[in-house]
Design a protein around this ligand. Structure first.
Ligand SMILES: Cc1cc2nc3c(=O)[nH]c(=O)nc-3n(C[C@H](O)[C@H](O)[C@H](O)COP(=O)(O)OP(=O)(O)OC[C@H]3O[C@@H](n4cnc5c(N)ncnc54)[C@H](O)[C@@H]3O)c2cc1C
Length: 375
């Protein structure tokens, strides 16, 4: 029987499983992943306020794997060899007829003094550390910023940093202690978050001004020190630094036979096929795909790529052309804990909504709905 091996059990991998099964293929599916759980990363922003707990964000996958007839190979991929047909993991080797690479990206940790900053998007432990640091602070300066991968500027995770910024502002106001804190937003660009579209940038900068959030824009960060952010345009004191560096491909790619992009990701074509390879597909944050420069490293985009991958594998198995592509779409609600801003971008349209309380609740509802498939 055809054997499909999927590396990872995040958004892209799980969508690929669902879409492959919808195609009613006669195939064995093996997932290689260190943990059989999905961490619902978009809700990390609600950990510092206690609106969510880590248990809310960890979705066990054992039942989902059983329902979808997926074998779980416990372990981490270390190498992809022999043109993609052989995967070496820390718990043995696997061969495959089709490979889907979906193990996500990693954050660049090159900035000197990065150990003085918390990287909020790294996962549950970081978001909980922010919660605990905030609770322990009696006042002071909180600096929040992000940067991109200089070799692949689209590899940036800015949206969630706006959410941490606005969320912390709301939290401190709720607690009646906002006046004791200075919030400073810093970014190398004068117009941070451009991929979200010019209107969104203007709206977010206007909101910062309205909320009394200071900005330090247009200066590249040079280093962090204990209690200090140093940029090319000057330095400022900070008792807590939250920083999101740019993204790159995971370290395990260095020992693999997979094609790389400038920024260190797996280079894929418009059908999500790893460039120059046969039956090796890529989906989600780990890939570098042709398309507009605002293409986001987002769960929504990962889902669209995974869907194209499943269709292409199904087409190939049926002897049809595997030429399915994916739409480039950016959809997000930038949440502020009590309200939100909806941003939508496609190749034909860009839309930014006004701020609305309803959008906060819509984001919460969306999570419930999205996770139903895995519960
Ligand atoms: C705070 C935050 C907020 C966000 N908000 C949004 C949002 O509102 N909307 C949105 O669309 N996106 C959002 N995103 C982005 C979204 O979470 C990512 O784009 C998405 O997780 C990418 O999915 P993925 O499957 O490519 O990778 P991941 O979700 O990172 O999954 C990677 C998987 O691979 C596994 N893995 C890692 N290494 C190995 C290995 N060597 N071998 C095997 N398995 C491995 C991991 O355990 C994991 O299961 C947010 C991200 C963060 C951090």
């Amino acid at each position: 029987m055809t054997h499909i091996v999927i590396l990872g059990s995040g958004f892209a991998a799980l969508t690929a499983i669902r879409r492959l099964r919808e195609q009613r293929l006669d195939a064995d599916i093996t997932v290689v992943s260190p943990r059989n759980e999905l961490v619902y990363l978009p809700s990390l922003i609600w950990l510092p306020s206690g609106e969510k707990t880590s248990d809310d964000l960890r979705i066990p996958l054992a039942d989902f794997f059983r329902r979808e007839r997926v074998a779980w190979h416990v372990g981490s991929a270390l190498q992809v060899l022999d043109g993609g047909r052989r995967v070496v993991t820390d718990h043995g080797e696997l061969r495959n007829d089709y490979l889907i690479v979906a193990t996500g990206g990693q954050y660049l940790r090159k900035l000197p003094g990065i150990e003085h900053a918390l990287i909020p998007c790294e996962g549950i432990a970081s978001a909980e550390a922010i919660r605990d640091r905030l609770a322990a602070m009696e006042g002071g300066t909180i600096a929040i910023g992000f940067a991109s991968n200089p070799k692949e500027p689209g590899a940036v995770r800015g949206g969630p940093m706006f959410e941490f910024l606005f969320g912390i502002d709301t939290l401190l106001r709720r607690q009646g202690r906002r006046a004791k804190f200075k919030l400073v937003f810093f970014n190398p660009s004068k117009e941070p978050g451009q991929r979200l579209g010019p209107t969104a940038v203007q709206k977010m900068l206007a909101r910062m001004q309205k909320l009394g959030i200071e900005t330090h824009l247009g200066h590249k960060p040079v280093r962090f020190e204990a209690g200090k952010v140093v940029t090319e345009g000057g330095e400022f004191g900070a008792d807590l630094i939250l920083f999101m560096p740019g993204l790159t491909g995971p370290a395990w790619l260095d020992d693999s036979d997979l094609p790389r992009s400038e920024g260190g990701f797996v280079a894929a074509d418009k059908h999500c096929l790893a460039r120059g390879m046969d039956k090796v597909y890529v989906a989600g944050d780990i890939g570098s795909y042709p398309g507009p420069d605002w293409m986001a490293k987002q769960a929504h985009q990962a889902d669209l790529q995974a869907e194209a991958v499943a269709k292409n594998i199904a087409a190939d198995l049926r002897g049809e052309p595997a030429n399915h592509g994916f739409n480039t779409e950016l959809v997000c609600i930038v949440d502020s804990l009590d309200s939100g801003l909806l941003i939508y971008r496609s190749e034909s349209r860009t839309f930014t909504s006004p701020h609305s309380r309803m959008l906060h609740w819509l984001k919460r509802k969306f999570e419930d709905r999205y996770l139903k498939a895995y519960r």
